[in-house]
Design a protein around this ligand. Structure first.
Ligand SMILES: Cc1cc2nc3c(=O)[nH]c(=O)nc-3n(C[C@H](O)[C@H](O)[C@H](O)COP(=O)(O)OP(=O)(O)OC[C@H]3O[C@@H](n4cnc5c(N)ncnc54)[C@H](O)[C@@H]3O)c2cc1C
Length: 1011
């Protein structure tokens, strides 16, 4: 290994010598962007603002808008005299500055984009040919949100292929050796550009859609003697891309074709396994193929996404780990040179020199592998490699400025990254010795986690163990249960197996549970599968008034003891329930798929939320449960603490059948109340499952009672009951308002004023600003409106578009809706399933009829499954704020689009309903974002994301106006609704003697004292 290190250093030094012969700064063109990049590398804040400005610029049409944004991004932040002067000047002469700015930023983009279109790029490729540099061409494009976009993309790839083949017919290999391995025409294809509905949970569906499009391209590539490379994108698509590659190139037609390649990303922890698997596959196939080894372009995205979802991060956390892995994979590739042709995609001289030295050690001729580098980057390194006699291919993106900006921003990030090789070498002049060090020596043994993850873990552990962070907001220290990541085959298999198992239990009967006893009644309520209504998922015993009375009695009797049970014991009960749900996670998700028609990921998110409610409320109750000193004064102790209210009646809806029921019930139980929980009539089996979970967790008899039955019978009876002290309701406005009213009447013998926690519906809006990224706006809107069939109370039902953006959004919104996968959610990857039952089905269809009479039906899906309560995703345009479809809650996959003049009108329309639950805003204007944050009337305001998917602790959820009583489920003040505050004051002086020490927290006031 030592000898190899010597060789690497020697080769590295040689490259540096050659590079230094033609010195060139990091950015090869002088002027405007060099100064900006220098500033970006000095000032992280400036870098963020600059990249955001660059991102929004192409979508700004008028000079005034450009200067307006410049002002918003760069004024008042003290970025130095140069920037300040530029902003001031732009304000004075916007009509001059706007175009100049655009021109300069376009120049930056042109530095990395080889041409606007295929014709344009040929000129660039010719120049490179003269320098003995080959090419692979990649098509830039906007995010593919529909099948129409995907078809257009496929057509552009074909066109590109034809033009390149025609124009380069007489071009020959620059090295003139082993040229059969390296066709001149080389096309890099992004799989996600060819199918808009890729879902990591369903690789088979993606392959079924992608393969036919690819076959056309591959066939033609083969005919014209071109090479096709599958680029690698985010981790979510990795397994599908690998599977697709292996399956399509094993087909008889392509089995013996050697001109196919794929990318392996060395920053991935599982990259070695993938590479070895590919090599085994290649050997079995018996034909050469190629691998481009890169480190990977989505490091920030992968780490952020994993941290947000609580997933194991697929990428290494330390840069030298990726470098070292790149070298290890280099060796694997070269050792298998007999079957795989290697391309090393790196600008890092150490990585390159290592590949050269190792190839030499194995005696592999330099013409049998290649180095690939990006267009517009590391020019001197390319030149040096050519001079050394290596094969060099340049990766040349082709496309328009608008989609090019995302690419430009990625390149700028790469060039200015603190960790990057290019910055170290060309901007910071780090010594050759440093740059050529073995990366393995640089790996820090303790550098395993990025900081935010590490701190979250330690704080939570601390909190659990010793109350050390009693005063920190629980949302800061709580770490959510991870979502199941369906990218893994193992998760997909577990879900499929759970679906099979749950199906075997169809038709089972579930009892009521009262005072710890299972109670069967004569009446049984069937719960049907809305996708296939003749399938009965289970039957629930139906409670009548007698059972309701029995439940109140049991809850009342259990209250005395439970209310005096130490907080720690109550908290542990919830944590045990959470652990059981974690253990039964797939099974519980499967029940939801069948009983309420939730797609896989939505069902899993619901179980995750239920688990989070238990753990989060347990954590919070520990904080709230200990009496806290009100003020530190000598001679007097005043402790503020809480008592439970009494018997809580929990009424839950079917749309989050575990999470909402569990959230309200667990809050009631952990606060020391006793609870009667009534699931929705449509989700009895889910309710029964939750009861089972709590029974297994050891809930004492009477503390939690399970009462399924008709809301109009037992619901109304219990709401009015004198012995019910608290009602926690989530459901429709109609029922909610009745409860609110009834609970206000004091009945004879009633002890407490009833407390009502009332969460009702919404008529949620997303406003799309004129500068919004259209692809993103559509992605978020489609998911918010049609995910789980629009049956979330947070779902989008009014899309408010500023007129300037209206046509651009509508042009792509409708094809995006038309591309959605509607079907039975038992199948993975379905986004739109059935609505809950026949009544909902009829009501929504009625609303669609109302919509047709009021507005314009712009889109309605066809081809729905023949059985089941499937409503076609529907979009209305020309909707006015006073129309019924714009005011009334529909609770189904129906979206109204409203066109407005400007943001003033948008806010007026958004706020002009009875509801205030969720609201969203898609914009890249910092000022507009600030304004919307301040003025949008919604309990949960979401900026630049979907308006659904609240996470416990992170997004405490609940609205006001007619959406609810202003409570926040999953928030740090939620439990207070279940509690009565109390203060106990003791004069601690005795004959003038006062103790000095008064602890901030003391033990609970419990008598008799717990043993
Ligand atoms: C021709 C070509 C084609 C490419 N195709 C693809 C592709 O299809 N898919 C793809 O994903 N990438 C692709 N890339 C790679 C990517 O775009 C970057 O160019 C590449 O990762 C930069 O690596 P480097 O060796 O040049 O630079 P270096 O500066 O040595 O490495 C930078 C890289 O290290 C990794 N890194 C940074 N910080 C950390 C950290 N804290 N912990 C762990 N790792 C870290 C990241 O991958 C980062 O990009 C391609 C690159 C080239 C040159």
């Amino acid at each position: 290994m030592k000898a190899l290190q010597g060789e690497i250093e020697q080769r590295g030094r040689r490259i540096f010598e050659l590079v230094d012969k033609h010195p060139e700064p990091l950015f090869s063109k002088a002027g405007f962007y060099q100064r900006l990049m220098a500033l970006s590398m000095r000032d992280e804040r400036f870098k963020v603002q600059l990249f955001r400005f660059v991102d929004v610029l192409p979508s700004l049409r008028r000079s005034g808008e450009i200067v307006g944004h410049l002002n918003e991004y760069f004024s008042d932040d003290g970025f130095g005299p140069l920037v300040d002067a530029g902003v001031r000047l732009a304000r004075i002469v916007p009509w001059v500055s706007g175009p100049i700015l655009r021109w300069n930023v376009s120049g930056m983009a042109r530095q990395f984009i080889a041409g606007k279109n295929p014709d344009d790029v040929i000129a660039t490729l010719r120049k490179r040919r003269a320098q003995k540099i080959g090419f692979t061409v990649d098509l830039l494009g906007e995010a593919v949100v529909s099948e129409a976009d995907a078809h257009e993309y496929a057509a552009r790839y074909s066109d590109l292929l034809e033009k390149l083949a025609r124009e380069t017919k007489i071009w020959t290999d620059p090295l003139g050796k082993n040229s059969e391995l390296f066709p001149v025409v080389n096309l890099s294809v992004k799989i996600s550009a060819l199918y808009s509905q890729m879902n990591p949970a369903d690789p088979a569906d993606a392959i079924a859609h992608l393969a036919p499009k690819l076959r056309v391209l591959l066939r033609r590539a083969r005919e014209v003697g071109a090479f096709i490379n599958f680029d690698m994108e985010s981790y979510a698509h990795k397994n599908t891309t690998l599977e697709l590659f292996k399956s399509i190139f094993a087909e008889a037609e392509f089995k013996d074709w050697p001109h196919a390649g794929i990318v392996i990303q060395a920053y991935l922890r599982d990259s070695e396994a993938d590479l070895r698997d590919l090599i085994d596959w290649g050997r079995k196939r018996g034909t050469r193929f190629a691998v481009r080894l890169v480190k990977g372009a989505y490091w920030d995205y992968e780490t952020t996404k994993s941290l947000q979802n609580g997933w194991d991060c697929p990428v290494y956390f330390q840069k030298p780990e990726s470098d070292a892995n790149f070298e290890m994979l280099t060796r694997v590739l070269l050792e298998n040179e007999s079957i795989v042709t290697a391309a090393f995609g790196s600008h890092n001289v150490r990585s390159i020199a290592h590949a050269q030295a190792f190839a030499d050690e194995l005696g592999i001729d330099a013409s049998r592998f290649e180095f690939q580098l990006l267009y517009g980057m590391a020019g001197p390194i390319k030149r040096a490699l050519v001079e050394m006699g290596y094969r060099v291919r340049e990766y040349c993106p082709v496309g328009e400025l608008l989609p090019g900006m995302a690419y430009l921003v990625r390149r700028l990030l790469e060039n200015t990254s603190n960790e990057g090789f290019l910055r170290a070498k060309f901007a910071e002049n780090v010594s050759a010795n440093e740059l050529l060090r073995d990366p393995r020596e640089l790996i820090k043994p303790d550098g395993a986690n990025p900081a935010p993850l590490a701190s979250a873990v330690t704080m939570q552990d601390q909190d659990r163990k010793n109350y050390a962070s009693l005063d920190s907001a629980p949302s800061d220290v709580y770490r959510n249960s991870p979502l199941v990541n369906f990218v893994y085959k193992d998760s997909q298999d577990k879900m499929r197996s759970a679906l099979r198992e749950v199906r075997k239990r169809f038709g089972e009967k579930y009892p009521l549970v009262i005072g710890g006893e299972k109670v069967w009644t004569d009446e049984l309520t069937p719960s049907v599968n809305p996708s296939v209504p003749d399938e009965i998922v289970g039957y629930g015993s139906e409670a009548g008034i007698a059972e309701a009375e029995r439940a109140v009695k049991a809850a009342r009797e259990a209250f005395d003891k439970w209310s005096r049970t130490p907080v720690e014991e109550r908290a542990r009960l919830l944590e045990r329930a959470a652990d059981i749900m974690e253990r039964r996670r797939y099974e519980l998700s499967a029940v939801e798929v069948f009983e309420v028609g939730k797609p896989w990921n939505e069902a899993d998110a619901d179980i995750r939320e239920a688990i989070d409610f238990c753990r989060f409320y347990a954590q919070q109750m520990r904080r709230l449960g200990r009496p806290k000193l009100t003020q530190r004064v000598p001679g007097e102790d005043s402790y503020h603490h809480y008592w439970p209210r009494g018997v809580a009646f929990v009424i839950a809806p079917w749309n989050f059948p575990m999470a909402i029921l569990c959230g309200m019930a667990s809050a009631g139980v952990v606060t020391g109340n006793t609870v009667i929980m009534k699931p929705s009539e449509q989700s009895i089996v889910c309710g029964a499952m939750l009861m089972q979970v709590f029974e297994e967790a050891g809930v004492p008899p009477g503390v939690l009672n399970f009462l399924s039955g008709h809301g109009s019978v037992i619901g109304a009876h219990l709401v009015d009951h004198k012995d019910v002290d608290l009602i926690a309701f989530t459901g429709s406005r109609e029922v909610g308002l009745k409860i609110w009213e009834s609970a206000g009447i004091t009945r004879p013998g009633q002890r407490e004023l009833k407390r009502v926690i009332c969460e009702m519906g919404g008529k949620n809006a997303i406003i799309v600003d004129s500068d919004a990224d259209v692809g993103e706006a559509i992605g978020y809107s489609i998911y918010s409106a049609f995910g789980f069939q629009g049956q979330k109370c947070s779902a989008l039902s009014r899309l408010i578009l500023l007129e300037e953006n209206y046509d651009r959004v509508m042009e792509r919104l409708i094809p995006a809706a038309a591309s959605l996968r509607v079907g039975n959610p038992e199948e993975s990857g379905i986004m739109v399933g059935p609505v809950i039952d026949e009544a909902a089905y009829r009501r929504i269809l009625d609303y669609i009829e109302i919509g047709k009479s009021e507005a314009t039906l712009a889109y309605q899906a066809k081809d729905l499954p023949p059985k089941g309560y499937f409503i076609p995703p529907t979009i209305f345009t020309d909707v006015k704020p006073n129309m019924r479809i714009a005011r009334e809650e529909i609770f189904g996959p129906v979206l109204s689009v409203l066109k407005v003049r400007d943001l003033d009108e948008a806010l007026e329309v958004a706020n002009g309903t009875d509801y205030a639950l969720t609201g969203g805003f898609i914009s890249r204007s910092p000022d507009n974002i600030e304004r919307v944050k301040a003025q949008l009337e919604a309990g949960n305001v979401y900026i630049n994301r979907s308006c659904t998917g609240a996470i416990v602790g992170r997004h405490p959820f609940g609205g006001f106006k007619m959406s609810g009583s202003g409570t926040k489920a999953g928030g740090e003040d939620y439990l207070l609704n279940f509690l009565i505050p109390r203060v106990v004051t003791e004069n601690t002086t005795r004959h003038g003697f006062a103790p000095e020490q008064t602890p901030e927290y003391r033990d609970e006031f419990l008598w008799p004292k717990p043993q």
